[in-house]
Structures are given as structure tokens and as C-alpha cells.
Write a protein that binds this ligand. Structure first.
Ligand code: ADP
Ligand code: MG
Length: 553
């Protein structure tokens, strides 16, 4: 019954390829697959445009495998991918779809691994080469004939390849292949540079374009949160407390930010790693593997480092820094909601980025709802919920295994069962704050930036962004000094000076905000005059600190 074979059966794929696809459990071809497979099978050149997560790999792998002759031991298909991870992912996909094609070999060719074995595998007749452009050009320099038998070429994520500066390499590669080959190009976007490559090297290409508007985004629940730039880390920590995630990827703009946020989250006990362009390739692969198998739950990444990353466990994407363009936003959130699963995407928006939010909403055709930062009560509730979830499965049989011991401990210690249970809880929760007062103390409330009380700093001093005043923790007051970044001051200088000269413990000092022309420090109200007296002559970076109580209202 053809019905049972699903929509793939009607596409004209080689029966062995079809059998392998059915075995993967795919039920229906995706839109890009439905449209591309017949075109590629018919031997046309093609330009395919579709966003991440739409199933582009199978869209070219299935028809190309169908057109390869496994009996011929020579390279027949070349797939170019922008990064090593993507090359490996595509190679693995080819291997999966070729499971029922004995004699068909796939070789991944990328930098950072020795060239010898790669070249050997090519010469031994791997029919499919999946390569990054840079390394392939290195091979061509050693043996200009390696690509002389290629009949099918695919440029996967072509726009990304150009962004990574592979234009010249691509030209070299095009020259090394027979003119008669079939060329297929897949790209999420079609900037001018891609169009001109297509014009030059593709022969009357057919265009297949999948409108992405709802495609990638519908399965993903999107929300945004207004926050000030300097409160992002605190906001992320709060959100993580209440969001029920399996694996999460957090996007930031810079390499340094990946490291900073990852270490802040690590300090909170999360299993987290940074992923950026500076991290060695094999280490990056290990990070992705760890995220897949649960040794890591959070990856903090830059856009380039996370491009194409396909980890089904990812339930959440957190846009900690705004993406540079709406396309990147769609790419980013496409990391979750893979293959029809539900996903959630959160976007942190600083006041000056509101316009970008509107652009994103226009491009995705969807409203991105505003959510508020969870308050202490919600954080507490989430913690207790997690505790309940982790303990309730144990209740069923823990009494059988530990009940006698419990009786003995109660007798030996001479306490009530409630007292003992409380002691065990304290131990098990490792001193985590589990009362409202404790949670509040631990994380002074970070308000949403969008609140109407937003206004300029006192004295009319501009500091880039307008900021809402942060409520003070109980018993603290804010003090001000006229020293700021223009005087070469950093928070740690102020902290050091106040600790040394004021004789305070670290915990006594709250938030320190350093602006261009002034700084604010939260100090204990109790004994403030005495403290300011001690600090009267203190100098920081060669200048008088002159700390004063700061009254805002
Ligand atoms: P893209 O290259 O467009 O970003 P991929 O080819 O990486 O997308 O596919 C995304 C995910 O969807 C992969 O996990 C893949 O196994 C899965 N997938 C692809 N085609 C189908 C299909 N027809 N049915 C179900 N899942 C699919
Ligand atoms: Mg892809």
C-alpha cells in the first residue's frame, strides 16, 4: 500500500534510499524536500532558499544519493559546508540515508584533522565528499585532480560560507570540477554575492523558495522581556529559575560575553559551556556532544559558533543579546522546536532596542509577547516545585530502605521526625535560599526596563541609556561619588577602596554602578555616617572619592 510509505514514495527516489528514509521514521517530506527532490532528480541546477530547520539536508542528500552509482569507485558528489560541525552533520546524514546502499562511502574533509587519511579515503573511491572550502582547497593544491570526476555539487548554507570569507576558495573549487556537473545551492538568504555566484556558475537554475514566515516559527513560543544592559546576567539567572527547560542555548554577541555569562551560570551550579569561534574545533564538537547527551544543559554561544547546530534536546533559546538582523533571529530560534517539537524563545530587549523588536515582529509576522521578570515569589515557587518533583518519586520506596535508619537516628539524636526531616532537607538543598526573605536577599529585585518610571539619572547626567532606579535591598542606602569611568574607575577599584578603608565585609556592600561621570554604591544604612567618616580622605585612582549619601525621589 503506497499510503503506508507516505509522501516520500511518490518522489521517485532510488528504492534503497527510500527504504533508508522510511527507516529514519520521517513520515512526510518537508516543503523544501517536496519541491527540491524532483528538480534535483531530474538533473537541473537549482537554488533553494529556506530557513534553518526546514530539512534542507535531506532535500539534496536523497536525490543526489539516488543519482550516484555505488559501483563506480570515484568521487561523484561534493557537498560544501561552512564549518566542520556542519560538514560532519551533513556527512552523518548522508551515511544514514545510504545505509541500504552497500559500497557507498562518504568522507568528511575539514581542517584540524590530518590531510593524509582524507586524501587516501578520496582516492580509495569515496563517492560523496563533504568538505569545508578551506581544507578542500588545500587538497586541490596537492592534487588538482581530486575533483575531476564530480558530477553533483551542493553549496549548503551558501550565505554563511560567504560571510566566513570563502569566496576565493569557492572560485578555485568551481574551476577544478567538470563543467558538465549539476550544481545546487542552498541558502537561507540570497544576498547579491550569492546571486552573482549563481549567475556565473549555475546553468539555468530552477528556483525553489519556501516562505519561512510561519514555517520555523509556529512551533516556537516567543516572548520578550525589557531589561537594562547591565541587568542582563541577573535577568538570565532569574529566568532560568522559573523556565522549565531541558537544554538551552543562550546567544550573545561577543566571544567575551560567552565566557562571562557561562562562568556566571556555572557559579550558579548549571552545567554550562561557552561556544565561540576561538574555541578549538575538537573542543567545540565535544561541547555539542555533551549538550546532546545531557552532560551539559546550557551552551552560551555566538551566532557563528552555533550556526546549524541541531540538538533535539534544546527546548529553549535565550536571546541574551539582540541579534544583528531579523534573519539571525529566525536562525537562532530555529535551534529549538526542531522537527516539529515545541520550543520556547526568549528575547532580552534593552530600551534602545525596541525598534529592533518591532522589525523582528514584522519579519516573522508574529507578535512577540512581553513577559515580566519573575519576582522572588515566583523564584521561590519554582525552587519548591523542583524540590517536590525530585523528592516525590523517592517517597514510594524510601521508607522501606531507610525507614529503620530514620527511627534509629531519631532515637540517637533525640529529636522529632519533623526536626530530622528539616535537617536532611537543609543538607540536601545545600543552603539554597528557600524562604521568601532569603530569596529576596539573595537577588535584589531587578525591575523590567519598560516600566513608565523610567527617567533620567538625577543631576541630568546622561549615561547612554535611561535607567529605572533599582529598588534597594532593605537596610541599604545608595551613595554617590563623582568619580566614573572617565576617571579610569572600575567597580573593583571602588570595592577595594571601601573594603580596605571602611573595614567592611564584602557582603555589606551591595550593587556598584559605574557610569561615565559618577558612580553609585549600595552601603549599609546602619553606621553609614561613621563609614563615610572613615572614607573621608580615601583616594581612588589618585582622586578623592568623596562618597555622599544619594537621595533619589
Ligand atoms: P536545515 O538544513 O534546513 O537546517 P536539517 O536538514 O538539519 O535542516 O533538518 C532539521 C531536522 O529535521 C533534522 O533533525 C532532521 O533529521 C529533521 N528532518 C528532516 N526532514 C524531516 C522529515 N521529512 N520529517 C521529520 N524530520 C525531518
Ligand atoms: Mg542545514
Amino acid at each position: 500500500m503506497t499510503q503506508e510509505l507516505g509522501g516520500f514514495a511518490a518522489l521517485g527516489l532510488n528504492p534503497n534510499v527510500l527504504a533508508a528514509v522510511i527507516a529514519t521514521g520521517y513520515e512526510e517530506p518537508s516543503a523544501i524536500q517536496l519541491q527540491s527532490i524532483p528538480v534535483i532528480l531530474a538533473g537541473h541546477d537549482m537554488i533553494g532558499q529556506a530557513q534553518t530547520g526546514t530539512g534542507k539536508t535531506a532535500a539534496f542528500a536523497l536525490p543526489i544519493l539516488s543519482r550516484i552509482d555505488p559501483a563506480k569507485k570515484e568521487p561523484q558528489a561534493l557537498i560544501l559546508a561552512p564549518t566542520r560541525e556542519l560538514a560532519l552533520q551533513v556527512a552523518t546524514a548522508f551515511e544514514t540515508y545510504a545505509k541500504q546502499m552497500p559500497g557507498l562511502n562518504v568522507i568528511a574533509v575539514y581542517g584540524g584533522a590530518p590531510m593524509g587519511p582524507q586524501l587516501k579515503a578520496i582516492r580509495q573511491g569515496a563517492q560523496v565528499i563533504v568538505a569545508t572550502p578551506g581544507r578542500l582547497v588545500d587538497h586541490l593544491r596537492r592534487d588538482e585532480k581530486v575533483l575531476s570526476t564530480i558530477q553533483h555539487l551542493v553549496l549548503d548554507e551558501a550565505d554563511e560560507m560567504l560571510k566566513l570569507g570563502f569566496m576565493d576558495d569557492l572560485e578555485v573549487i568551481f574551476q577544478a570540477m567538470p563543467e558538465s556537473r549539476q550544481s545546487v545551492l542552498f541558502s537561507a538568504t540570497l544576498p547579491h554575492s550569492i546571486r552573482s555566484i549563481a549567475e556565473k556558475h549555475l546553468k539555468e537554475p530552477k528556483h525553489v523558495k519556501i516562505e519561512t514566515k510561519t514555517q520555523t516559527v509556529t512551533a516556537i513560543e516567543q516572548a520578550h522581556l525589557m531589561v537594562h544592559a547591565d541587568q542582563k546576567v541577573a535577568a538570565v539567572c532569574r529566568l532560568l529559575e522559573v523556565e522549565d527547560f531541558d537544554a538551552l542555548i543562550a546567544f550573545v554577541r561577543t566571544k567575551q560575553a560567552t565566557l562571562d555569562l557561562a562562568s556566571a551560570l556555572e557559579a550558579k551550579g548549571y552545567k554550562v559551556a561557552a561556544l565561540n569561534g576561538d574555541i578549538a574545533q575538537n573542543q567545540r564538537e565535544r561541547v555539542i556532544e555533551s549538550l546532546k547527551d545531557g552532560r551539559l544543559d546550557i551552551v552560551v554561544a555566538t551566532d557563528v559558533a552555533a550556526r546549524g547546530l541541531d540538538v533535539p534536546r534544546i527546548t529553549h533559546v535565550m536571546n541574551v543579546d539582540m541579534p544583528y538582523d531579523p534573519e539571525s533571529y529566525v536562525h537562532r530560534i530555529g535551534r529549538t522546536g526542531r522537527a516539529g517539537r515545541a520550543g520556547r524563545a526568549l528575547l532580552l530587549v534593552t530600551p534602545r532596542e525596541r525598534r529592533m523588536l518591532q522589525v523582528i515582529e514584522r519579519v516573522t509576522g508574529q507578535k512577540v509577547a512581553e513577559v515580566r521578570l519573575p519576582d522572588s515569589q515566583q523564584v521561590l515557587d519554582a525552587r519548591i516545585r523542583k524540590l517536590t518533583t525530585s523528592l516525590s518519586p523517592l517517597v514510594a520506596d524510601a521508607e522501606a530502605s531507610h525507614g529503620d535508619l530514620l527511627d534509629r537516628l531519631i532515637a540517637d539524636i533525640g529529636c522529632s521526625p519533623r526536626a530530622l526531616a528539616a535537617a536532611l532537607l537543609r543538607k540536601a538543598t545545600n543552603g539554597q535560599a528557600l524562604t521568601l526573605a532569603e530569596v529576596e536577599r539573595e537577588q535584589p529585585l531587578v525591575p523590567s526596563a519598560g516600566a513608565p518610571r523610567e527617567r533620567r539619572e538625577r543631576d541630568g547626567e546622561r549615561s547612554g541609556e535611561r535607567r529605572a532606579p533599582v529598588p534597594l535591598a532593605e537596610g541599604r542606602v545608595r551613595c554617590r561619588t563623582a568619580l566614573g569611568t572617565r576617571d579610569g574607575i572600575a567597580a573593583k577599584n571602588l570595592l577595594g577602596a571601601i573594603l580596605n578603608e571602611g573595614g567592611l565585609v564584602r557582603e555589606a556592600i551591595g550593587r556598584i554602578q559605574v557610569r561615565e561621570s559618577f558612580s553609585l554604591v549600595e552601603l549599609p544604612e546602619d553606621g553609614l555616617d561613621r563609614l563615610l567618616g572613615k572614607l573621608k580622605d580615601t583616594r581612588v585612582a589618585g582622586k578623592q572619592l568623596k562618597l555622599r549619601r544619594y537621595r533619589e525621589d
